[in-house]
Ligand binder design. Structure first.
Ligand code: AMP
Ligand code: MG
Length: 419
């Protein structure tokens, strides 16, 4: 990483701008280029990491045609005879193939997963066959090719099985193992440093004096970053003085790809933080037409991306998921999946004033008629973290919305896949 050098003349002196949520997200994403470093890791260590390049299958899965049933393998052509009796000439087990050819009028006892013997293309279930010594008689109707899994039916050799930018999930570890791959190429992890600002903040384990509160933002930030598999640098609480914040910022930008702070960006409080950030880099202060989380600072200090999130605990989480997470995904080289958006019935009245886009916290469930229904999770203030803890979705209320009546349809963004 390049050494920190203050950039005196590139300060952004434009006044605080009001932006819509999508506009702010796009402005941020435009500034982000994915890191290019990558490395090979052992298959198990790849869980949660981002694929550097497409995975091409070195083999077909399954590698050979095999039986889908316990039964008898035979030549499909033999089924054309009206009454079929076949001579049993041997057995095939999974991992222990029958090593001779099967001719007209012959069959082989075969188990599920066993390789199809040479000459056979059909398996008759054992329940549809009668055995007398070494003679097999078939019942019912059959057709050539039944009960056989074809070679390459799951994956063809040379096919792209996973795309670059895919974040590896548990099924992928199995998929990659089924291809015999012991190592995977992944992007290097992104390094994210964060600290909280505020003289009132104490860390867990410390005693509270009058007027103090515990710092919760560093814990939610830690957890949200952990889910993104980032390398985390927790710099603790930094007191509300220009010198302390300057020192912390300089150190953080030296170490990290991204610096996230919480608190100190609201009007009234932001003055010296703003001045400081303008002196150190190129940072924009935005008023976002959203609730919670109106103030947001985003920019760059040397090569490091900077996010100044609001101080209120729910605002931190909402702004993280709406702005920081897509940006970190892009930086990490991960494909940003469009979040799942659903319609649900409001089970109760939802209060809202027109003006800002609101992210209220809700609980989504299937009601007795098996329709999706959403309830609120209590008080919606930006400091009420329990409404977030009890929620499983955001209720999305656009700028013009002036409230939702019970029974009305409302847009929700489930946490599944988002958080
Ligand atoms: P600020 O944006 O610094 O004005 O903070 C807004 C509100 O969030 C104030 O009530 C702060 O006490 C609170 N707050 C700020 N940072 C934290 C934090 N790290 N943990 C919990 N509450 C915080
Ligand atoms: Mg503060």
């Amino acid at each position: 990483m390049t050494e920190f050098t203050p950039q005196p003349s590139c300060a952004t002196t434009e006044p605080v701008t009001t932006l819509r949520v999508e506009e702010a997200r796009q402005r941020i994403l435009q500034q982000i280029t994915s890191i290019s470093c990558w490395r090979k890791v052992a298959l198990r260590d790849a869980l949660g990491q981002v694929l550097h390049k497409d995975v091409i299958s070195p083999l077909s899965v399954p590698p050979h045609a095999n039986s889908a049933m316990d039964g008898y393998a035979l030549r499909g052509k033999d089924l054309q005879n009206l009454s079929i009796s076949l001579k049993l000439i041997g057995s095939a087990f999974a991992g222990r193939p029958f090593d001779k050819s099967v001719n007209a009028g012959e069959c082989v006892r075969i188990m599920t997963g066993a390789m199809m013997p040479d000459g056979c293309d059909t398996v008759i279930m054992q329940e549809q066959a009668e055995v007398h010594d070494d003679l097999i008689t078939l019942h019912g109707e059959h057709h050539a090719g039944e009960n056989v899994r074809l070679a390459g039916e799951d994956i063809q050799a040379g096919a792209v099985v996973l795309r670059a930018g895919h974040r590896i999930i548990p099924a992928d570890l199995g998929l990659l193992a089924s291809l015999g791959l012991a190592e995977v190429s992944v992007r290097r992890r992104i390094r994210v440093a964060f600290f909280s600002t505020g003289d009132e903040l104490r860390s867990v384990g410390e005693a509270l004096s009058p007027g103090d509160i515990y710092d919760s933002n560093r814990y939610t930030l830690y957890a949200m970053l952990k889910r993104l598999d980032a390398e985390i640098i927790d710099m603790g609480v930094v007191t509300d003085t220009p010198d302390a914040i300057r020192t912390a910022l300089v150190e953080a930008t030296r170490e990290a790809d991204v610096v996230i702070t919480s608190g100190g960006v609201s009007v009234g409080e932001a003055d010296y933080v703003k001045q400081l950030l303008e002196e150190l880099g190129e940072v924009n202060f935005w008023k976002i037409a959203m609730k919670p989380g109106r103030p947001l600072a985003y920019g760059k200090i040397t090569d490091t991306h900077f996010f100044g999130l609001p101080g209120n605990p729910v605002s931190v989480m909402v702004t993280f998921y709406q702005f920081v997470q897509p940006a970190l995904n892009k930086l990490a080289g991960a494909i940003n999946q469009a979040p799942l958006i659903l319609q649900a019935i409001a089970a109760e009245k939802i209060r809202k004033r027109p003006g800002r886009f609101e992210f209220q916290r809700g609980f989504l469930r299937n009601n007795n008629d098996n329709h999706l229904e959403v309830t609120m999770t209590g008080e919606q203030g930006s400091g009420i973290l329990h409404s977030m803890s009890h929620a499983n979705c955001f209720i999305l209320l656009d700028e013009d919305c002036d409230g939702i009546a019970p029974g009305q349809s409302v847009t929700v963004q489930p946490f599944a896949g988002l958080i």
